[in-house]
Write a protein that binds this ligand. Sequence first.
Ligand SMILES: O=C(O)C(=O)C[C@]1(C(=O)O)C=C[C@@H](O)C=C1
Length: 377
Amino acid sequence: MARKSDSGPSQPSPDKAATHLAALRGQIDKLDLSILDLLNKRAAVAAQIGKVKEGQGGDVFSAAREEVVLANVLVANKGPLDAITIKAIFRELISGSRAIQRQQKIAYLGPEFSYSHLAAIQRFGEASLYNRTANIATVFEEVIRKHADFGVVPLENSTDGRIADTLDLFIRFPDQVKICSEIRLRVRHHLLANCQQSEVRRVYSKAQALSQCRNWLSKNLPQASLHEVASTSDAAKLVLTEPHVAAVASRQAAVRWGINVLAEGVEDSPFNETRFAVIGLSDSARTGNDKTALMFQISHTPGALADVLAAFKSNKINLTWIESFPYREAKGQYVFFVDFEGHRDDQRIKKVLAALDSICDAVTVLGSFPMAQVADE
Ligand SMILES: O=C(O)C(=O)C[C@]1(C(=O)O)C=C[C@@H](O)C=C1
């Protein structure tokens, strides 16, 4: 008597499977053409919007509108594609729309594949033109001189706190640039090398990246010495020229220079994140889920800072960031930076800004912008 197979449901014959596969691929080919048609119909509408904006002298990039577009599709999405995939698809779609309207030039702190570059691509997609600069001051200057439409500058990271150069530049150029968008980038570091992990003798990276991976490196590469270089990209390039060398850098750097990823996610903190500001000549319209950034100076009198904080408290405004920064022009004076929930057009924010005007020696609104979610690089 023939024994029943215990290997589960019977498999279709190879011929049947091949026919089925071809039929499914045929469905995908047809769907792709429909999607392509819809993509170009959408792009044609975006081109018309571009003409309207041109007539009004409006900006191509609208951070507020892009938030709404993304929220609409994410709420409507029933899968099986996940939110990360939908976001990535729409990011590139919108990037393409902007390029049709007028290609946007984005200045960022280089080199290529620095985390500033990755953050810029997160926000502006592949269809924008990117202009790398040697320092953060040049990003500000490029925007002010209108050589770039926008600039991407780091504000703070979760391990080392504020980025002093950026805060200093907001003080040096008050009212000349505005923050129109923020980018929160989940920073993942990887160990890149073209030798075995046991053969690594030297590890290169930027100072912050080495400090963010210190525990992992001492546990997993006790035989290697650590060396600071100007950027994670420079570190990756050294892997190509020196033997027994590894770099702590991004996945994109590994792909760009054809280096193996020996270990992924070697950062010590699972919450390693850098927050960036997108600077332009104006800030963003209200979305209902916004933040505002400002800097202020107060007199050296008892309770002056407490009065400022009390104005936020009495208007029930949640602060999301506060930093004090030495003011170079006057010894012993400080400039305070705060971010809080709400848009400068909200009634309660207008109230608090009016209160700060009477308490502070100087107040500069750096901009209102949509509150960002953390994005994976
Ligand atoms: O709605 C607009 O203002 C558009 O230009 C369209 C669009 C989009 O593709 O959805 C493109 C660029 C803007 O930053 C926002 C949205």
